[in-house]
Design a protein around this ligand. Structure first.
Ligand SMILES: Cc1cc2nc3c(=O)[nH]c(=O)nc-3n(C[C@H](O)[C@H](O)[C@H](O)COP(=O)(O)OP(=O)(O)OC[C@H]3O[C@@H](n4cnc5c(N)ncnc54)[C@H](O)[C@@H]3O)c2cc1C
Length: 416
């Protein structure tokens, strides 16, 4: 094994470092900063939003009211730009559409207003631990490597990148075969008002009939644009080569599907835009002080340290079938708690996670990963981290009734 040793530039330590600027990381950073903490938010891409923006997802699943003031502010800002569908309760409509390009602007603007120190084009690459604490986090930025020593870290990378780098225990996939929830590539086509010549690049499969296509969801985006979601199976997002291969394979598949659409149902449509990254539903998840389970969700279980309320159905597509097949027929669950214990990696004092790398089994993750719940977890993690950093205490020593009361005061409905 090669061993590297070198001096790296130190960076001024924040109270709270948030790794990953998806809906969870954004919400965590803003909540912590609004609580008075000095917050560094590290994001590898140019925009915040993560899966929502980089992967082109344009609808909030679940309940969009009562998620907390950070999410409320996102909705209000989108609304001012005419970029979000009107409200309907989850019981009436499962999705609330928004413009994912404008979301990029809205999130950066809100983070800036909250005085979050935002470091884009920066990647968390490693971390060191002393006992139960992560003490140093290694970043790779446009300027090279630098090290930062935050009081509290929140891993919102979606794939527990920081926790994994620090050697904390993680899980992935489902029991038995370890297969992850399938990925999907989002791409967009536009009506150009005249017939286009379908083109199939060499080596791409030619589909003869609709029944042969992989699962493909189409929806109208307005202004002649249609969104397309293409299911992709057989790849592991935590494997370096597998993740890279998934992008190549998905784009080849997209060309086959596009040619089929142009030859059949959409003869006047051209490729408009392809998401920067394939959509990953599941990466690594931490093993926390509690692993949230499918049984907890089905029972609508409540916890003393419940800090988020999920309600979305078990959205677990089969990882072995390209068709529209779910792992369970009985998908609906009552509202359930996500406990703070499931955001605390086991054996740590100054680490939290939020979003889709929470401590949960695959079926529980399939519901709790949606953006509404991810944001709710993020707001809670941010508030908890800021409180612990300020008081100089371990995260498992927080006053839980007070944390829950503070979250409720910030608009989080925890006990519906
Ligand atoms: C195809 C698809 C369709 C979906 N449809 C919906 C839907 O309609 N509605 C809905 O609510 N949910 C949907 N989801 C789920 C939802 O979008 C995600 O689960 C949710 O956005 C996850 O948010 P997150 O913040 O936990 O993670 P992510 O959005 O994955 O954010 C993680 C962030 O961390 C960054 N990052 C990762 N590693 C590093 C690193 N080492 N250093 C720095 N930054 C890093 C990433 O760039 C990213 O910005 C869908 C998911 C997929 C894949």
């Amino acid at each position: 094994m090669p061993h590297w040793s070198r001096q790296v530039e130190p960076r001024e330590p924040p109270d709270v470092l948030v790794a990953g600027g998806g809906m969870a990381g954004f919400s965590a950073a803003v909540a912590a900063a609004r609580s008075g903490a000095r917050v560094l938010l590290v994001e590898q891409y140019a925009d915040l939003g993560g899966t929502a923006t980089t992967c082109g997802v344009g609808a909030f699943c679940g309940e969009t009211v009562g998620q907390g003031e950070v999410f409320d502010d996102v909705i209000a800002a989108l609304d001012r730009l005419g970029a979000v569908q009107d409200y309907a309760p989850y019981a009436c409509r499962e999705f609330r559409k928004f413009d994912h390009e404008l979301l990029k602007f809205v999130l950066a603007d809100l983070a800036h207003a909250a005085c979050v120190e935002l470091l884009l084009h920066a990647r968390v690459v490693d971390a060191t631990r002393s006992g139960r604490r992560i003490d140093q986090v290694l970043l790779h930025t446009a300027a090279g490597l630098s090290a930062v020593a935050p009081r509290v870290v929140i891993d919102c990378t979606g794939n527990a990148a920081l926790a994994h780098a620090a050697g904390l225990e993680t899980l992935k996939g489902r029991p038995g075969d370890g297969l992850q929830l399938p990925m999907s590539l989002m791409f967009f086509i536009r009506d150009v008002g005249r017939p286009v010549a379908p083109m199939l690049p060499a080596g791409c499969r030619r589909y003869a009939d609709k029944s042969e296509l992989p699962m493909l969801s189409l929806w109208k985006e307005g202004d002649g644009k249609i969104g397309c979601k293409l299911k992709v199976i057989g790849f592991d997002s935590t494997d370096a080569d597998g993740f890279s291969d998934s992008e190549i394979a998905a784009r080849r598949e997209m060309m086959s599907v596009l040619e089929f659409l142009q030859r059949t149902s959409h003869p006047t449509y051209k490729l408009d835009y392809v998401a920067t990254q394939i959509g990953v539903r599941e990466g690594r998840r931490v093993v926390g002080d509690y692993v949230l389970t499918e049984a907890d969700l089905r029972a609508g279980r409540r916890f003393d340290d419940g800090i988020a309320l999920g309600c979305f159905y078990l959205d677990a597509h089969s990882p072995t079938d390209t068709a529209n097949v779910y792992q369970t027929e009985d998908r609906h669950v009552p509202p359930y708690h996500v406990p703070l214990r499931s955001l605390r990696p086991r054996g740590t004092d100054n680490v939290l996670v939020a979003g889709r790398c929470l401590s949960a089994d695959q079926m529980a993750l399939s519901s709790a990963r949606v953006m509404t719940t991810a944001s709710m977890m993020g707001q809670a993690a941010g508030l908890a981290a800021a409180t612990a950093a300020d008081a100089g205490i371990a995260l498992n020593a927080l006053d839980i009734p007070r944390l829950r009361a503070d979250l409720s005061a910030r608009g989080a409905v925890l006990d519906a």
